[in-house]
Design a protein around this ligand. Structure first.
Ligand code: CA
Length: 219
């Protein structure tokens, strides 16, 4: 899931980026408010992790701008611990959750997953789709009970399609959810991932919608 991390502190940013990538999130990292605004204006993110104290434009201003533009991307705000004014203010300003610094990385990842589940209308991490079972928390896929190893990209494509069942995903939408900034993308990369997923998980799993993209039908 393509995620925007907005954090000016290198140490915290490095830790969060590594933790989220480890948990199979596709992470872009913006280090100031303007960079974040530019990213949010050009890329569709599934989730934003937003620090409040930022150069050029504050986290609160970014949040207000997002909600003014009717962008309802889930936002997790990072606040200074114990700052009740910040916490209440950010929730009222349209944040979906907050976490006080310093925080535990595993808690951050768990909260990010919970926000994604909520935005996708799910209450559990485990998704069943015909003969496959996908567990987002442990990053495992079972087919007829047997574990199927997937690459990080295949996993990201599968999650994007699975969480948008019934809605065709264009090639560029899939690229956007799977690749970070400045990553080289081969022109047929998505076709290759889809073809591998079909080989591993079943030829009928993903449907090609001519001229539009790929689709996992609603179960
Ligand atoms: Ca900061």
């Amino acid at each position: 899931m393509r995620t925007l991390l907005v954090e000016d502190d290198d140490l915290i940013g490095n830790g969060v980026e590594a933790g989220l990538r480890q948990a199979a999130f596709t992470v872009d990292w913006a280090r100031d408010g303007r960079e974040a605004q530019l990213a949010l204006g050009t890329t569709k993110y599934a989730l934003v992790v937003l620090d409040l104290g930022l150069p050029k434009m504050s986290g609160a201003e970014i949040l207000a701008w997002l909600r003014d533009c009717a962008n309802d991307v889930p936002v997790l705000v990072l606040t200074a611990r114990g700052n009740v004014v910040d916490r209440v203010g950010t929730l009222e300003a349209g944040a979906d959750d907050y976490l006080g610094k310093p925080f535990d990385l595993s808690e951050l990842v768990a909260r990010c997953r919970a926000l994604l589940r909520r935005s996708q209308g799910r209450s559990v991490e485990v998704m069943r789709y015909h003969d496959i079972v996908v567990d987002a928390a442990s990053k495992t896929v079972l087919r007829d009970g047997a574990r199927v190893p997937l690459t990080a990209r295949e996993w990201a494509v599968l999650l994007q399609l699975l969480s948008h069942q019934g809605v065709p995903q264009s090639k560029s939408r899939l690229e956007e959810s799977v690749y970070r900034w400045q990553e080289e993308i081969e022109s047929n990369a998505i076709e290759v991932h889809v073809s591998n997923l079909r080989k591993k998980l079943g030829a009928d799993l993903i449907r090609t919608v001519r001229g539009i993209g790929y689709l996992m039908d609603k179960k």
